[in-house]
Design a protein around this ligand. Structure first.
Ligand code: SF4
Ligand code: SF4
Length: 201
């Protein structure tokens, strides 16, 4: 059989490709049609225990494991009346720089308390450097029903080990009352500060 000229061969490839299934995914118009796979590593999340205390103990292992130097952690001691996690320490400052992060997941492997995990959220683009440095407030997991926002005491009569063994199921009435009292005190202090400001104006 005679050889077809190269140009005919080339155009035939183009012609037959016109009838093939198109794999282009339209983003962002059709993004809901193509959700990320469940194991996709996206934005990080700092998790909480079921009573609302934070799982992060400020150990910095995630920061040391990061090949892109994208994490900054500063730990602090939990104090009586200002407890954020069940252990001795908690992360007082926690930042992830998404200009540097390559979403490799090494940090979550290094975390000894499963405080740090990654969500499926992938829309991390922005137009300023500042907005891509996520602070602890941006990364903390939302409060679920049954949780009380830290700081507050541990469940009475429990140890740190009980938390890691999954024996805590939710905030107790004492913890909820403690948080309510703290929030009421903060509201009064804010009102007083506003009055002082108005008086000085
Ligand atoms: S996912 Fe990788 S690059 Fe991003 S913060 Fe974690 S270790 Fe660093
Ligand atoms: S997220 Fe995990 S590894 Fe990082 S400081 Fe907190 S407890 Fe340590």
């Amino acid at each position: 059989m005679p050889e077809l000229p190269p140009s005919v061969k080339g155009f035939s490839t183009t012609f037959f490709t016109m009838f093939k299934h198109v794999n282009t995914e339209q983003y962002p118009e059709e993004k809901d049609k193509y959700p990320p796979k469940p194991r996709f590593h996206g934005r990080h999340q700092l998790n909480r225990h079921p009573d609302g205390l934070e799982k992060c103990v400020g150990c910095e292992l995630c920061a040391w494991a990061c090949p892109a130097d994208a994490i900054f952690v500063e730990g602090a001691d939990n104090e009586e009346g200002d407890r954020h996690s069940p252990g001795e320490r908690y992360g007082i400052v926690y930042q992830i720089n998404y200009l540097r992060c390559i979403l490799c997941g090494l940090c979550i492997e290094a975390c000894p308390t499963r405080a740090l995990t990654m969500t499926n959220e992938y829309e991390l683009a922005d137009d300023s450097r500042e907005s891509l440095i996520y602070e602890k407030e941006d990364l903390l997991a939302p409060l679920l029903p049954g949780m009380a926002p830290a700081p507050h005491s541990m469940v009475a009569g429990t140890t740190e080990k009980d938390y890691y063994e999954g024996k805590i199921t939710g905030a107790t009435a004492e913890q909820i009352a403690e948080v309510a009292a703290r929030e009421a005190d903060e509201a009064v202090a804010q009102d007083d500060a506003a009055e002082v400001k108005e008086g000085g104006a």
